[in-house]
Design a protein around this ligand. Structure first.
Ligand SMILES: CC(C)(COP(=O)(O)OP(=O)(O)OC[C@H]1O[C@@H](n2cnc3c(N)ncnc32)[C@H](O)[C@@H]1OP(=O)(O)O)[C@@H](O)C(=O)NCCC(=O)NCCS
Length: 168
């Protein structure tokens, strides 16, 4: 039997592989500072785009970003490098979904690939009135899927506790 979790059981459950996203883009001078280092904000925008597409593919609804965890850049990205972002849904709640995005920078001449950073963002699916709406459950297929689910669920608990503490 499928390991089906989260979401609305009346909707057809989906595997992570059905919504995975891979975006590649060469970094241009307009994306960088005068020294040729790509702005962190530009990379965060691409993370949000990749994550949003994976979330939309899972929900098959428009989504908005409700939060993105803090992002650390492990190595600089330079103009001319090819940035590849892989987004995968890790966890789904009732109306929310967490997507993990792994970012790698490739030197297209040498083929050298560097892991720049990974980020987690949460999206909420919206109905036609712009209100949160239910998302399909996830089918977990592998131990890796189950590990990602457990870790994402723990992160989501912490996010919600923090939000409560702030009185939002
Ligand atoms: C997203 C939005 C519609 C949610 O509305 P809301 O009335 O706060 O909805 P709810 O309180 O029912 O929360 C909806 C879901 O978000 C989750 N959520 C709420 N606050 C959260 C937080 N700080 N971190 C993570 N998830 C959060 C809730 O747990 C709930 O998930 P669940 O249904 O899976 O249990 C509303 O907050 C909004 O429009 N925000 C602005 C979004 C935006 O403009 N983003 C940037 C551009 S895309």
């Amino acid at each position: 039997m499928d390991d089906m979790r989260g979401g609305d059981p009346r909707l057809a459950a989906k595997r992570a592989s059905e919504s995975q996203v891979e975006l590649s883009q060469q970094m241009m001078p307009s994306d960088a500072n005068p020294l040729g280092n790509v702005h962190g904000g530009h990379i965060m925008k691409l993370i949000d785009e990749a994550g949003g597409i994976a979330a939309m593919r899972h929900a098959r609804r428009p989504v908005v970003t409700i939060t993105m965890d803090s992002v650390s850049f492990l190595s600089p990205v330079r103009v001319g490098q090819l940035l590849t972002l892989c987004g995968s849904v890790n966890w789904v709640g009732k109306t929310s979904l967490e997507v993990g995005v792994r970012v790698e920078a490739e030197n297209p001449i040498t083929g050298e690939i560097t892991h720049t950073n990974s980020a987690y963002a949460v999206y909420v699916a919206l109905d036609d009135l712009g209100k949160p709406c239910s998302v399909p459950p996830m089918i977990l297929e592998t131990d890796e899927d189950r590990r990602r689910w457990e870790e994402a669920q723990a992160r989501q608990r912490i996010r919600l506790q923090r939000t409560k503490r702030k009185g939002n």
